[in-house]
Design a protein around this ligand. Structure first.
Ligand SMILES: NC(=O)c1ccc[n+]([C@@H]2O[C@H](COP(=O)([O-])OP(=O)(O)OC[C@H]3O[C@@H](n4cnc5c(N)ncnc54)[C@H](OP(=O)(O)O)[C@@H]3O)[C@@H](O)[C@H]2O)c1
Length: 303
């Protein structure tokens, strides 16, 4: 079955396919549709490279590929890099999205745009609904502007999310540190409700099949948890020692950008659109563990 339910002849353009999220989406959807993965400095297997922030490049790409669906996961997602170079953050996050939406409107007006955004657009106490936003840093501000550019296209779907996987991000970093017994700090003052990346992909596909549009929070069910507790749960699930971990406050973390403390997203709209509650953080950790086990048995990487 084609999980994205697009016309078999219409390509699905996946931007950011060489990134952390894009690699997972590529793997999840490649066998089920005519996926065209796009990178910038790295060429994804079977895919293309183009700088979406270059007007002529975005236009030529869309004129050639003529997708029926675009999953836009390309971004400058490094929060401190955005803070250090706001012009680059604007170019990669805002301008690239605006050019993509313009080129889509010109060359494939019936195509749907799925834009990946972030829980970082929030500040203040959560859980946050889709109507709220209070960007606390350059990354958040440029991602919020990018949402507006995407939503200029009729039928566009903006997914505010946070995710975890084995090969990067917080979970990848924490598991590697715990396995090698490096000292780490557990922040109990930053709250979120991240999804396991395969759950994210499954729910993204379900929302596309249901024709969802506008802003939707794509996050785990439940009350959320602190980053410290997330790492404690990972350690328990993977049977790893926490003796090198100490609890601490996020104000002592390295990095220049101000970080929001409570990024928990309300999942009410998501549950209504799906017709059921999304999976929870612990479900995701179990799936992460099971994927690792299967990959080890098959001798592959365990995403
Ligand atoms: N990572 C997280 O924890 C997290 C959490 C919440 C939301 N998000 C959102 O999820 C999405 C994916 O994040 P990620 O962590 O996967 O990012 P990532 O690993 O840094 O990957 C970024 C991707 O964007 C591509 N790219 C950057 N600028 C481009 C341009 N001008 N033209 C074409 N491609 C360009 C990169 O290509 P090359 O690598 O080939 O140069 C790469 O494939 C982003 O929208 C991010 O805001 C991420």
């Amino acid at each position: 079955m084609n999980p994205l339910s697009v016309d078999a002849d219409a390509p699905v353009l996946l931007t950011g396919a060489t990134g952390l999220l894009g690699r997972h989406l590529h793997r999840r959807f490649a066998d089920h549709c005519r996926l065209v993965p796009l990178g910038l400095s790295r060429q994804p297997s079977g895919g293309l490279t183009a700088d979406l922030a270059e007007p002529s490049a975005a236009d030529a790409l869309l004129a050639t590929v003529r997708p029926g669906l675009v999953i836009h996961a390309a971004a400058l997602a490094d929060v401190d890099a955005c803070e250090g170079d706001p012009a680059r953050a604007w170019r990669l996050n805002v301008q690239a999205t605006a050019l993509l939406a313009d080129a889509l409107a010109r060359h494939c007006p019936d195509a749907r745009l799925i834009h990946i955004s972030t829980d970082q657009v929030h500040d203040g106490p959560g859980p946050h609904g889709e109507d709220a936003a209070a960007p606390a840093n350059v990354y958040a501000l440029t991602k919020l502007w990018a949402e507006e550019k995407a939503l200029a296209l009729p039928g566009a779907l903006v997914l505010r999310t946070n995710f975890f996987c084995r090969d990067g991000g917080l979970a990848g970093w924490a598991l590697a540190a715990l396995e090698t017994r490096q000292p780490i700090t557990l922040f109990d003052d930053i709250l979120f409700n991240p999804l396991y990346v395969d759950d994210l992909a499954d729910m993204l596909a379900a929302l596309v099949r249901r024709g969802a549009a506008g802003r939707v929070n794509l996050a785990a069910a439940g009350p959320g948890l602190s980053k410290g507790d997330f790492i404690r749960r990972l350690a328990a699930a993977f049977d790893l020692p926490l003796d090198q971990a100490t609890a601490g406050a996020s104000r002592h973390r390295p990095g220049t950008a101000r970080r929001p403390r409570d990024m928990r997203l309300s999942t009410d709209r998501l549950a209504a659109l799906l017709g059921h509650e999304p999976s929870g953080v612990d479900d995701g950790i179990r799936r992460l563990q099971a994927a690792g086990r299967r990959a080890r048995e098959a001798g592959g990487d365990d995403g």
